[in-house]
Design a protein around this ligand. Structure first.
Ligand code: DC
Length: 646
């Protein structure tokens, strides 16, 4: 799938059971593999990054089995030594897998090559390699020095009491070192040079090492001591918490879209730093409640901008950058320099995409300042092969604008199925689509239904008629598809309550003539014209809802419409209605001619190859031949309300 269109959303509420944490999953997989004994890992995350780790472990000779189709995995530990001594590992764009395996393999006695996707080869690893070399690791760069791919030869371990590693580029370097340090059996002190970023991720590492029987003493955040002779022992069974970073999108949805939105799988007992994302939402004015294993967010007032340091929650902070679009005033995210070396340069990517929806963004070396626009704009969002860009920007649709997410499958890195879950807790701006042939009365019925519900109304036929009228006025031939499409794209129209203006002139009556209707029917068969009018039609979908009539409202333009009606009447009844209408407006008309023209137009609208006039399988038939307008309106309202209750 190249893109995914998210409809404008009215609000969010519901409950989400979170998928397993990526950070915990990949650490637990490696620890279970390195431990003595078998570990049953429960609720492992099912995603690209964990698949990468599992595949790498298989290549290294680690035996594991999945329990049926659950997310529970049984891992046979290899007690510190991978059985396979020579392997070529491809690790995609999984930073956690790449860094921790580099450290573990560099301290083993095998010959390994590690590579990833192009972006992985742009993500620095030199600081980790330097630290491992201090311990006797033999590592060569196969491409650019300081970056993957790497070639690892058997280590020549020598007694070294202390090593140092930089902490200000990626905390994964320190995590990798700490995870692999017990493999040497020696005592070790790791000193951190520079300020350690993303400290909560180190907490996860230390916490999990402890669960596997290895204690690390830390002094502040600058020095970590490991006593000699510690080995990893399986805890027999371990649960993976829900992913706190993934929780951020739903919690933010609760703060932006009213809520309450409740996530289950993380809470106050979580070992993940990103749980503190909830505090940031609270600072912005949202209401947060938390139990051991759940968090719930709601908001009854508009959020307000904040100025804060996000070094401790770099991943979840991306969600704040998007939530900032819904806040009063500007929001400044500070100390987020690590964004530059993640799946993409996230500072630049975030700034670029936020601007597309109308925000004013100041991009600093390690900061971002976001000022929301008065009105968010519909936009097509590029995702840079970065799962978090895709997930963050889904939230923009809560501003009541349609958002197209390019390459949405990038969410598989950590959250396959994200968009389905997001759809379950959000309410799309409802559309009632009434399709049917000419003069069936669908326009009158649709207008009345819109009025009854306080919804917006779109007469899509008017757009085709307007294009036909504009063509006549600019002498564009009805066969000139490209020129007609250009006209349709650039129509200068204004829809007011009681009139439609083309280039500032009231054309309400001119549009209704049979000549314009016939010309509209001819150009409506041209695919380029239909495509050109699509975005214009989507723009009518605004809170609290839309009622629209046409030929393909339910089938093509708004396929997710909540209520789809195919409204028709016999050709004779329709000809008679049109005849009366024309007479009332003082036009001359001939019933026989009208009937012939209607039949001809029906045939053309039904026979065309694009969006032909027909009752969709999911549309209900409403034959109004013997119904009054009131009866038809009530039938549609009844159908819509029945859906609301269901
Ligand atoms: O509903 P109407 O008569 O105003 O529509 C004018 C023409 O535009 C009709 O002949 C077919 C075309 N049309 C269409 O193809 N698709 C729509 N959604 C609406 C109208």
């Amino acid at each position: 799938m190249d893109f995914l269109d998210l409809p404008p959303l009215n609000g969010a509420h519901g409950t989400v059971k979170l998928p397993g944490s990526k950070s915990i999953s990949n650490r637990v997989l490696l620890l279970s593999a390195l431990a003595q004994g078998t570990t049953l890992v429960k609720d492992l995350l099912d995603s690209d990054d964990t698949q990468v780790m599992l595949a790498a472990l298989t290549q290294l000779g680690v035996q594991w089995t999945r329990q049926g189709d659950t997310q529970d995995y049984s891992i046979e530990g290899v007690a510190g030594a991978f059985p396979v001594k020579q392997a070529t590992l491809f690790l995609g764009n999984a930073g956690t897998a790449f860094r921790s395996l580099t450290a573990a393999l560099a301290l083993s006695d095998g010959d390994y090559t590690l590579s990833g996707v192009a972006r992985m080869h742009e993500r620095p690893i030199g600081d980790l390699v330097d630290a491992l070399r201090q311990m006797g690791a033999q590592i060569d760069y196969l491409g650019t020095p300081g970056y993957p791919p790497l070639h690892i030869r058997p280590a020549q371990p020598h007694a070294v009491g202390e090593i140092s590693v930089r902490g200000d580029v990626s905390s994964q370097f320190l995590t990798g070192l700490l995870l692999s340090a017990p493999l040497t059996g020696r005592a070790l002190t790791v000193r951190v040079a520079g300020e350690l970023i993303s400290k909560p991720y180190i907490e996860i590492t230390l916490n999990l090492m402890r669960r596997y029987g290895v204690l690390v003493e830390r002094t502040d955040w600058s020095s970590f001591n490991l006593a000699a002779g510690q080995v990893y022992r399986s805890p027999a069974e371990i649960y993976v918490e829900g992913d706190a970073s993934s929780a951020s999108y739903f919690l933010a949805a609760g703060a932006i879209g009213g809520g309450p939105v409740r996530v289950e799988g993380v809470g106050s007992a979580s070992i993940q730093g990103d749980i503190r994302f909830a505090e940031a939402l609270q600072l912005m004015g949202a209401q947060v409640e938390m139990g051991d294993n759940w968090v719930s967010v709601s908001s009854s007032v508009r959020l307000h901008g904040i100025d804060a340091d996000f070094n401790h929650i770099p991943d979840a902070a991306m969600t704040i950058a998007v939530a900032a679009l819904f806040a009063e005033g500007s929001t400044t995210l500070r100390n987020i320099g690590s964004w530059r070396v993640k799946e993409t340069d996230r500072i630049h990517a975030m700034a670029t995409e936020l601007r597309k929806v109308g925000a004013t963004v100041e991009e600093g070396a390690d900061s971002l300042r976001v000022t929301p626009p008065a009105q968010l704009q519909a936009a097509t969002i590029d995702t840079y092969d970065d799962h978090r860009m895709a997930m963050c920007f889904s939230l923009v649709a809560l501003g009541g604008v349609g958002i197209r997410i390019n390459d949405p499958q990038c969410v598989n890195k950590t959250f396959p199925g994200y968009f389905d879950v997001f759809a379950q807790i959000t309410q799309a701006v409802p559309v009632i689509a009434i399709d049917g042939p000419s003069a069936s009365g669908k326009g009158t019925v649709a207008g009345r239904v819109a009025e009854a519900l306080g919804f917006h109304y779109l007469d899509s036929g008017a757009l085709y008629r307007l294009t036909a009228l504009a063509a006549a006025r600019h002498s564009v031939a009805l066969e000139d598809e490209a020129a007609l499409a250009a006209l349709a794209l650039n129509l200068n129209v204004a829809f007011a309550a009681d009139k439609i203006c083309l280039e500032s002139e009231d054309v309400s009556d001119a549009l209704r003539t049979e000549a314009v209707g016939n010309a509209a029917s001819i150009i409506a068969a041209l695919p380029a014209v239909r495509a050109a009018l699509l975005a214009r039609q989507h723009a009518f979908r605004q809170a609290p809802g839309l009622v629209t009539d046409g030929r393909d409202m339910g089938s093509v333009v708004f396929p997710d419409a909540v209520t789809k009606v195919f409204l028709t009447a016999s050709a004779e009844a329709r000809a008679e209605r049109r005849y009366k209408q024309l007479k009332e407006k003082g036009f001359s008309a001939n019933l026989e001619n009208l009937l012939d023209e209607l039949r001809e137009r029906d045939a053309r609208d039904a026979a065309r190859s694009v969006a032909p006039l027909q009752q969709g399988a999911d549309a209900s038939l409403l034959d109004t031949t013997h119904l009054s307008i009131d009866q038809a309106v009530n039938a549609v309202l009844g159908e819509y309300k029945a859906k609301q209750i269901a």
